[in-house]
Design a protein around this ligand. Structure first.
Ligand code: G1P
Length: 289
């Protein structure tokens, strides 16, 4: 079985749900406590043993490339002032030279199209996908849990979680093949953004995937689906008919940071977990309510 060495992170989206915050700043660089969203997702991938990150980027997203590169003036200034802790935090995020590639999605045709844009960089091997606005608080990280499952099962695996029935139209939703009685289960299908009354379950796709490269051929011919976009979910539904495919109920808590309230909640939840902020933040919240 080939190992999962690369992750594709699509970062071309406009962040419409968090405008105007994302008018001139990529959504992926919105701060979560003291690090941008993309930093959490890239770290989670490296923790899972991923060696190479492929960013599918787009117009106006250049600041993301800069975030993962040296900033000589800044580093020299911090060094001269002996601010070693800050210097370390700035350097820590820079991946090994050559461990990050960029490709551009030239038109906003949907998540499926964004992933397809990475096909040449991925080549003929299994790969992971992480959606950067979904930050998952878990230990071990969600992708590491999935790689552990993949090493036993092979095939394709997507992370799922339960959502309220009335929220199914915000997600891809899976149809379990049999009664679900463990974290890993097979599916009979999946559908993107179904209305609550049409949803096959309340198990939603969470934004972490391990897929076989045959997905690219299917994406090539996937017609536009929900929202008029080329949907990854539709191509995965087709791949499921050809290869083994599992849903995995991961152990952890997800935060939808591509949504204003989700982002605010994530800042509070992760802020409260930081020993240096927890007490002060708790008393501040108590004073507000
Ligand atoms: C995407 C996927 C969807 C998934 C969701 C998770 O939708 O298409 O299947 O459930 O991410 O956040 P988006 O949020 O990009 O509309």
């Amino acid at each position: 079985m080939k190992p999962v060495r690369k992750v594709v992170i699509p970062v071309a989206g406009h962040g419409t749900r968090v405008l105007p915050a994302t008018k001139s700043t990529p959504k992926e660089l919105l701060p979560l406590v003291d690090r941008p969203l993309i930093d959490y997702v890239v770290n989670e991938a490296f923790e899972a043993g991923i060696e190479h990150v492929v960013l599918v980027t787009g117009r106006g997203k250049g600041a993301i490339d800069d975030y993962f590169d040296h900033a000589f003036e800044l580093e020299a200034g911090l060094e001269a002032k002996n601010k070693t802790d800050i210097l370390d935090s700035v350097r820590r995020v820079i991946p090994k030279a050559g461990a990050m590639s960029y490709t551009r999605q030239q038109a906003p045709l949907g998540l499926g199209h964004a992933i397809w844009c990475a096909r040449d960089i991925i080549g003929d091997e299994p790969f992971a996908i992480s959606l950067p606005d979904v930050v998952i608080d878990a230990g071990p990280g969600c992708l590491k849990q999935m790689v552990g499952e993949y090493e036993k099962s092979g095939g394709n695996i997507i992370a799922v979680e339960e959502v309220p029935r009335e929220a199914t139209n915000k997600y891809g939703v899976v149809a379990p093949k049999d009664a679900v009685n463990g974290p890993l289960f097979e599916m009979s299908g999946m559908v993107e953004k179904p209305a609550p009354e049409d949803a096959p379950s309340n198990l939603a796709i969470t934004g972490r995937y391990i897929l076989q490269p045959e997905i690219f051929g299917l994406l090539e011919t996937t017609p536009r689906g929900a929202g008029g976009e080329i949907q990854l979910t539709d191509a995965m539904d087709a791949l499921m008919k050809q290869q083994s495919f599992f849903a995995y109920v991961y152990d952890g808590v997800s935060h939808d940071c591509g949504d204003k309230l989700g982002w605010l909640k994530a800042n509070i939840a992760l802020g409260l977990k930081r020993p240096e902020f927890a007490d002060a933040l708790k008393s501040f919240i108590r004073e507000q309510v």
